[in-house]
Design a protein around this ligand. Structure first.
Ligand code: 4NP
Length: 158
């Protein structure tokens, strides 16, 4: 089983959406039994919470099932997961800080590195925005997900 963890700040907007989109893609590719896909936040503000209603709305409108309860990134995650994927540069810095000197197996990646349009950007935090920003995040994540899946397939041989 290859284990993949999507990470943002609060784990209610971007990373649960990335988790849901990636699960949908894995299912369509017949890989759902080979990939374990989860998400977490660098902060613990929303532990146990459902995703933001706007993330649920955008996923539902696009026929993507979403079921998640907020959780915080743990030190053990660096030992358990093969890939930890941050949404923005702050997430990457926080992930690296939390890893510290743990010699975990997790490869730390940034989601936009897999974008087909602009590989340098962030997946911007939509929390203080409107449904427009949530839809933009959805489009961005959907664009990055197939290239990320290809990368994982080649690297992990699934
Ligand atoms: P996310 O968005 O990192 O995409 O889940 C946020 C959600 C909540 C907060 C910040 C960002 N917050 O400050 O509660």
């Amino acid at each position: 089983m290859v284990k993949i963890l999507f990470v943002c700040l609060g784990n209610i907007c971007r990373s649960p959406m990335a988790e849901a989109i990636f699960k949908h893609l894995a299912y369509n590719e017949g890989l759902d039994s080979k990939l374990y896909i989860q998400s977490a936040g660098t902060a613990g503000y929303h532990i146990g919470d459902a995703p933001d209603y706007r993330t649920i709305q955008v996923c539902t409108e696009n026929d993507i099932e979403i079921h998640h309860k907020g959780q915080k990134l743990q030190k053990e995650d660096f030992l358990e997961y093969d890939y930890i994927i941050g949404m923005d540069e702050d997430n990457i810095q926080d992930i690296l800080d939390r890893r510290g000197t743990i010699a975990g197996k997790a490869e730390i990646l940034k989601m936009r590195a897999f974008d087909t349009i602009n590989k340098d950007g962030d997946v911007p935090d939509p929390y203080y925005g409107s449904l427009i920003q949530f839809n933009e995040v959805y489009v961005m994540l959907s664009r990055c997900a197939p290239a990320l899946l290809n990368y994982i397939r080649n690297k992990s041989g699934v």
